[in-house]
Design a protein. Structure first.
Length: 414
């Protein structure tokens, strides 16, 4: 079918030719005096006029006959049909009919050229589409391979159609973060937001997990504490990230467990197990990683165990409540070791003297109060000095405990 531009041009030509015909027969004057030039000019004029008339008339009714004779209509198709008057009719592929063959040929050629141009354009667009699709498929394959290296293949596969359809990077990012696999993989971000913390971008999130994993492996923790599943997740890592535990704090916890517990004396380990029966040798390090317990709380428990261990070394005993009480008053491993050594050297004799002179019992708790400077330290010191004084009076200013802890006011020993 002719284009709008062609129709407009032909209609203008028709109007021009009709105006000429209205003036009566006109002589065609060629640019050359040659008879051949004259005939060509006249022929072209007839062609243009015929095309203009045919296009303006529109498509002929379908079913016009094939070339007919003696005024009979025939049946036929495009290219060679006949009208009932015996004049030959030529129908173009868009249905436009002509009685002048040259006009028909010119018009049909223009239609063929337009159809060929359109087909070429469609083929070019198809090839461009195929090339773009191949590029998007290649981009998906590359992205999938990269995500597989981080155990994140499950995040990309559901979005294959989005990638291969040519979605923009921003749309892809939004859809990715809205997907259920993504929410599961980076689950700690939702918990961080709920706690008023900012969500981590993917790179920072993965970097934290790598740092946790390296630390745990280096400190010899069992695989169950650092090995990731097929999605690349680890429940322990999720809790650490959700609670904003840095790799520095994590290492501090590990060092606390290793240096002060695993590498300490047997008494500390025994006290730790006595005080906290749910802890076994395999869980001592892992216990320190519980993000519900702050690092200070972990250190407090370890210190309590060290105090208990120091008492055991001096052949004394204590319990969790007393050890934690001493820890709250600032007693640490060094102070406990020195203090219980002094208490152990004189406690038995002090108890005997209190009993001999009818004084209030001099117990381990009494000695602990003075040695570790607890609130009852002054009363404990007076009690020790009283029984020491009674001993001196009995022996004329001499006491058999001058070399014992009872003679050392500063230490407060017995």
């Amino acid at each position: 079918m002719a284009t709008k531009a062609q129709l407009k041009k032909l209609q203008a030509e028709l109007a021009k030719q009709e105006a000429t015909l209205a003036k009566g027969p006109q002589k065609v004057t060629p640019t050359s005096t040659s008879p051949a030039d004259f005939r060509r000019a006249e022929e072209q004029s007839m062609v243009d006029l015929e095309i203009a008339r045919a296009v303006a008339a529109g498509k002929a009714a379908s079913g016009a006959g094939t070339a007919g004779t003696s005024g009979t209509a025939g049946t036929g198709g495009a290219g060679g049909t006949g009208a009932g008057t015996g004049a030959r009719v030529y129908r173009a592929t868009d249905g436009t009919e002509f009685t002048y063959q040259a006009a028909y040929a010119t018009y049909q050629t223009s239609l063929n050229d337009a159809a060929a141009s359109k087909l070429a354009g469609q083929q070019e667009a198809t090839l461009a589409n195929q090339a773009a699709q191949a590029q998007r498929q290649s981009a998906y394959d590359l992205l999938l391979e990269q995500f597989k290296q981080y155990g994140l293949a499950d995040l990309v596969e559901p979005l294959k159609n989005l990638i291969t359809s040519g979605a923009s990077p921003s749309e892809f990012t939004i859809r990715l973060r809205e997907s259920e696999p993504y929410k599961k993989r980076f689950a700690a971000n939702a918990q961080r937001i709920a706690k008023g913390l900012t969500a981590l971008d993917e790179a920072s999130y993965l970097a934290k997990e790598d740092a946790y994993q390296n630390l745990m492996r280096n400190y010899g923790l069992p695989e169950t504490y650092w090995k990731k599943d097929t999605m690349g997740t680890q429940a322990g890592f999720e809790q650490l990230i959700a609670n904003d535990v840095s790799s520095v704090e994590l290492e501090d916890r590990l060092m606390t467990a290793q240096n002060r517990v695993l590498n300490s004396n047997p008494e500390v380990l025994k006290a730790l197990k006595d005080f906290y029966p749910d802890i076994n040798n395999g869980d001592i390090l892992a216990y320190t990683l519980d993000p519900k317990n702050a690092i200070e709380n972990i250190k407090r428990k370890v210190t309590a165990a060290e105090i208990g261990g120091a008492a055991m070394q001096a052949n004394l005993s204590t319990n969790l409540s007393r050890a934690e009480e001493l820890q709250r008053y600032g007693v640490d491993k060094a102070a406990a070791t020195e203090g219980y050594s002094a208490i152990g050297s004189g406690l038995q004799r002090g108890s005997e003297l209190a009993s001999i002179y009818g004084q209030s019992p001099y117990t381990q708790a009494t000695a602990e109060a003075e040695v570790f400077k607890l609130p009852a330290a002054e009363e404990a010191r007076k009690q020790r000095q009283k029984i020491t004084g009674l001993e001196k009076a009995t022996f004329g200013g001499q006491t058999g405990l001058t070399s014992g802890a009872l003679a050392r006011d500063r230490a407060g020993g017995i």
